[in-house]
Design a protein around this ligand. Sequence first.
Ligand code: PEP
Ligand code: MN
Length: 258
Amino acid sequence: MSTTFYEENTVTMLAGPCSIESAEQMEEVSAALEDLGLHWIRGGAFKPRTSPYSFQGLGVEGMQIMADAGRRHHLATLTEVVDTACVETTTALVDGLQIGTRNMANFELLKVVGSATAENQKPVLFKRGMAALIDEWLSAAEYLTMGGNPNVMLCERGLRTFETATRFTLDIAAVPVIHKRSLLPICVDVSHPAGQADLIPALAKAAIAAGCDALMIEVHPDPPHAKSDGPQQLTIPVFAELLTELRSLAAALGKTIR
Ligand code: PEP
Ligand code: MN
C-alpha cells in the first residue's frame, strides 16, 4: 500500500463515496477499488454541509469504518478535517487529511494540520476556496508547509461564478498555472464542480489532458440513496468503465493511473 499522493508520471485516483454511511457501503466500494488496482479511498466522516438539517456524517465512527475497510483491501484512506478539534483523532485513524474548500482560509486550522503532520508527513490534500485566487490559495498552502510537512497536494474543485448549468465552474487552467507557479502537485476534483454524474467523464479526461497529478471522483454503490451528493456520484460499474477509458488516455500521455 502506497500512502503518497504523488508519483512521477502517475495520476493518483482518489475515489470513494461523498460520505461514509455504513460498513457495508465502505466494504463494497473498497473491494471494487482494490480490484481495479487503485491505492486510495476517500470518504467524508465530518461533512461540512450547507444546511444544518442535512446529514452531518458519522464522525469518528465513520473514520473507524473506513480505516477497517482500507486495511482489509490495502487502500490508503483520505478524509476531511473540518476543525482543529478533530485533527489529532483523524491523523491517528487515516492516512491522508483533506482540507475542504470552506476551510481554505481557516489559517488556524492550517497551522494545526501543518504541525500535527510534521512528524508523520501524512499527505494533505488542500482544496482551493470556491472564491479564492490562485495566489491566495498558494499563499495559504504555506501555512501547511511552514508547519514542517511538505507533503501537500493542491486540489482544484470549481469556483462560484454566475454560471448555474454546473454546480461550480471548474477552472481547468489552474492545472498548468500551478505547474508553472508551484512545485506542489495538483489534483482535480471533477465531482463537486459537475454536480451531475453524466458530466464526470468529460471533465476527468480534460483534467488528465491538462496534466493533473491526481483525480478525485465520488463513487457510491447506490447513488440515488446516497446521504449526500447523490446526483454527482458514479455507480461502481460506471466508474470501472470510465477508469478503462482514462487509463488509455493517460497511457497516450506516458502516465499510469494508480
Ligand atoms: C468533499 O470532497 O467531500 C467536499 C466536501 O469537497 P469541497 O470541500 O470541495 O466542497
Ligand atoms: Mn461530496
